[in-house]
Design a protein around this ligand. Structure first.
Ligand code: PMV
Length: 317
């Protein structure tokens, strides 16, 4: 019986993408830049079986994204029925990028178990078809995802040990996000009057973010990352019907991060399609940053993470 287990870390975008150029191939409209969260992980086991089953965090599910992904894979490769079991050490579907780590781990486990013989770039292509941000989770450290004609280029900009930053993730809700990213970003593209401005300014932001990371220039990265986050949420707010992911605790955390930075701490915030606030800071400040965020009403807890490495194979047979 063929089987393999792999894990991958989620990643958080500092220059974000929200909107696709090609829905069928799942190609983002704009380039993005992210960092990998090493202390959060999704572990996925796949094995040959007699009827296909998907189990996510101990619950048997009928997941459209995974089913669609498997159907595409079967068009290209001769695969048996597969049992997929996946679990994360952090809440799924809440804006913590579980689909990124999930599809990265699933791609690596599946391609190993069934000897699909995929290069790293091909693994990135398949992971991207499940969730575009998943392509970034096959690499570690700081990673870019850039749209090309019928694919995307994925590159590691800095290795996970090259810049000693950490992330304090303030968990501000225990519910799943209200609107998933695929539906949300299609609605933004179709209805927001600001969509064209968003894609145009994101291309400039990507260039600035890239050189800030290459030069390890924290203030420059803070400025571009916070602006990208606010612009994306402004686009979401201007979508019909409106996509409001923030809650009161999100705003308290934003203010706290701004106050800490004004007080001399190198820290900035970023928020994805959910209400949690990720405070990125120099590692020696992470305890202070997480203690401050933990004080607010509505903050259920703070998870601290260092920057993580690439997806890894755990076992195969
Ligand atoms: O690719 P998806 O469906 O996981 O969407 C990712 C969307 C954001 O996390 C909000 C931004 C990003 O670039 O990761």
């Amino acid at each position: 019986m063929r089987a393999a287990t792999a894990y991958a870390h989620p990643n958080i975008a500092l220059v974000k993408y929200w909107g696709k150029r090609n829905d069928e191939l799942n190609i983002p409209a704009t380039p993005s830049l992210a960092l990998t969260l090493g202390d959060l992980r999704t572990t996925t086991h796949v094995e040959e079986t007699t009827s296909s089953v998907v189990v996510l965090d101990d619950e048997r599910v009928d997941d459209n994204k995974i089913n669609g992904w498997l159907a595409q894979l079967r068009r290209q490769f001769d695969l048996p029925h597969i049992r997929i079991e996946s679990s994360s050490n952090f809440p799924a579907n809440s804006g913590l990028a579980s689909s990124a780590s999930g599809f990265a781990a699933l791609t690596l486990a599946t391609s190993t178990a069934f000897e699909l013989d995929l290069s790293l770039q091909e693994q990135c292509d398949w992971a991207r078809r499940g969730s575009a941000s998943a392509a970034r989770s096959l690499h570690g450290g700081f990673v870019t995802l850039e749209p090309r004609e019928n694919t995307c280029r994925v590159s590691q900009i800095l290795h996970e040990n090259e810049w000693d930053l950490s992330v304090a993730v303030a968990i501000t809700s225990d519910r799943s996000k209200s609107t998933g990213s695929t539906i949300g970003m299609t609605a933004s593209r179709d209805t927001s009057p600001f969509y064209e401005a968003w894609t145009r300014t994101t291309i400039d932001a990507f260039g600035l973010g890239l050189s800030a990371v290459q030069n390890k220039d924290f203030p420059a990265l803070a400025q571009v990352a916070e602006a990208s986050c606010r612009h994306m949420h402004a686009l979401m707010l201007s979508t019909e019907p409106s996509l409001i992911y923030w809650n009161a605790a999100t705003l308290h955390c934003i203010e706290a991060v701004e106050r800490m930075r004004a007080g001399g701490i190198n820290v900035f915030y970023t928020i994805d399609a959910g209400s949690h606030v990720k405070a990125v800071c120099e590692s020696d400040a992470v305890n202070e940053v997480s203690d401050r965020l933990r004080q607010f009403e509505g903050v259920h807890g703070v998870v601290v993470s260092s920057i993580g490495g690439p997806a890894q194979l755990v076992s195969e047979r």
